[in-house]
Design a binder for this molecule. Structure first.
Ligand SMILES: *Cc1c(COP(=O)(O)O)cnc(C)c1O
Length: 516
């Protein structure tokens, strides 16, 4: 590697380049153990006599055998190849990758909560039920809705639950209807949800401001439309200023307004969907209300709704009994049924509640204001460097495009990868689809001005490189352990499972030296 590739790099994250893959993963040698068991103090059991054919006899030899320190070093080493929020910001637009205060983790791990059994009697679960009740009350207040379920395990799962509620509501009126309207800037989960719930998806074009085109909406809303699924602020970070009119147009035809509330980080404490006409919405606790996400979960996507949809909410519902104790009510004849095992991802409820109570109403409002301020700071600093396709005021995120750099053959994905060399996670690349070559940045309220300035410097430097040395950007990243991967093969022929090697390379002094 030439030194020039590191010029301007404010910090270096990963260093381990070009290692022999076999040596990294094949560390096992026969007979090593990372545990010691006490002598048996009961009679030994003959597994074959007990289990017969079910006893596994083949493939036992391929289980890795290592000492404790080898395992610790292996996983610690792997962790240093990763990027982490504890190392720097994730400017990923649409993901709201904010800082998760450590105290939330401590609260979620409190023994009485973390070890509670879901079949514990109600009388011994008052604390857990109280947390669900209080969190529900807070989220109802924040959204301006009337009722809520905490069961769904993710945003997409919340969408599914919300559209099931809409379907059950229309069905109860005699006709579930056939269509769901979805703007072209929507998150991909919206059309997927509509389809999974048995609806046809009708595409609604945005206007030049990136907002819903009211005339177009009037044309498309018929008595066949069950709901419009709308993200507000939209995926380009723009508030739908005609949201009341949108709700009125839908309601006039008996259709519902579903709000994708994944972007509540831009509204929390400032305005409430229930007040501007939404009938049902989901929240992403794992975006707006801290609680970690990524890597497949766990998540939590509560669904809040207006009174008309309340009878259809999933069961069980937390209720207050006559004796003043809290309990779980299962008898709701119109309910769409259970959508998740037990009561939802409980650890996320405690984290979110801790976050909400620690901030309080003023703190949540401040969070929103800071998130919007940070996005607008980046917009102001970078608007002369990258093309800004939509000029409407930004809320919590800003979408640029690679139009200026693409003239030199440098695309959004190239600049995202080059950003890794500068010690940042990439922004969101090529989404939303309404912007060709999109570069979507959401800084969240967590980042300081110093961190934002570093990101601005890095992006401006990358834009200069795109002019002066496009190849440098096109071949990034250069500082990571692995360089450009073949993304097509990775997608078409994914290798998702570790497989035992035919013969492991024996570890010698020579080969071990190469390992680090
Ligand atoms: C993140 C997101 C979703 C999906 O949420 P998951 O928890 O990832 O299922 C849906 N809509 C929007 C706008 C989002 O940003």
């Amino acid at each position: 590697m030439s030194d020039e590739k590191f010029v301007g790099t404010p910090r270096k994250v990963t260093t381990h380049v070009n290692q022999n893959e076999d040596l990294i993963f094949e560390k096992s040698s026969a007979g090593k153990k990372g545990y010691r068991l006490a002598e048996l103090d009961v009679p030994a059991v003959d597994a074959a006599a007990l289990l017969g054919d079910a006893v596994r006899t083949d493939g036992l030899g391929v289980m890795p055998e290592l000492s404790e320190i080898e395992i610790i070093r292996h996983f610690t080493r792997l962790s240093t190849w990763n990027y982490a929020i504890d190392l720097g910001m994730y400017p990923l637009g649409s993901c709201t990758m904010k800082y998760n205060p450590r105290i939330n983790e401590m609260v979620a791990r409190l023994e009485g909560l973390a070890e509670a059994h879901p079949y514990q009697p109600e009388s011994l679960s008052q604390g857990a039920l109280g947390i669900m009740k209080l969190l529900s009350a807070c989220l109802i207040e924040i959204t301006g809705m009337d009722a809520i379920t905490l069961q769904p395990a993710a945003g997409a799962h919340g969408e599914f639950t919300g559209i099931l509620l809409a379907r059950a509501y229309h069905q109860a009126q005699g006709n579930p209807r056939t269509k769901i309207l979805i703007p072209d800037s929507a998150h991909g989960t919206n059309p997927a949800t509509a389809a999974v719930c048995g609806y046809q998806v009708a595409n609604l074009k945005s206007n030049s401001e990136g907002m819903v085109d009211l005339a177009e909406l009037e044309k498309l809303v018929t008595e066949d439309v069950a709901a419009l699924m709308l993200t507000n602020p939209s995926t380009i970070g723009v508030f739908e200023s005609d949201i009341h009119k949108i709700a009125d147009i839908l309601h006039a035809k008996g259709a519902l307004l579903y709000m994708d509330g994944a972007n509540m980080n831009a509204l929390c404490g400032k305005t409430r969907p229930g007040d501007f006409g939404a009938d049902v919405m989901h929240l992403n606790l794992h975006k707006t209300f801290s609680t970690p996400h990524g890597g497949g979960g766990p998540g939590s996507g509560p669904v809040a709704c207006k009174k008309i949809l309340e009878p259809f909410l999933p069961t069980p519902v937390v209720v207050e009994r006559e004796n003043g104790l809290l309990g779980l009510e299962f008898n709701r004849p119109q309910s769409v049924g259970r959508v998740k095992a037990w009561y939802g991802n409980f650890g996320m409820f405690t984290r979110a509640l801790a976050y909400i109570l620690a901030n309080g109403p003023d703190g949540l409002r401040q969070t929103t204001e800071d998130a919007v301020l940070n996005a607008n700071y980046l917009r102001a600093k970078l608007k002369d460097t990258f093309e800004l396709p939509y000029k409407a005021p930004s809320l919590h995120e800003v979408v640029f495009s690679d139009k200026l750099q693409a003239k030199n053959g440098v695309k959004t994905g190239d600049m995202g990868k080059r950003l890794i060399d500068y010690g940042f996670h990439a922004y969101t690349v090529s989404f939303p689809l309404v912007v060709s070559g999109a570069m979507m940045i959401e800084p969240t309220e967590s980042e300081s001005k110093e961190e934002l300035d570093l990101l601005v410097d890095a992006l401006q430097q990358i834009a200069r490189e795109a002019e002066e040395n496009p190849e440098l950007v096109q071949t990034a990243p250069h500082t990571t352990r692995l360089q450009r991967l073949d993304e097509t093969t990775a997608a078409r022929k994914p290798v998702l499972r570790w497989k035992a090697p035919v013969a492991a390379t024996p570890l010698t002094v020579d080969t071990a030296a190469k390992e680090w």
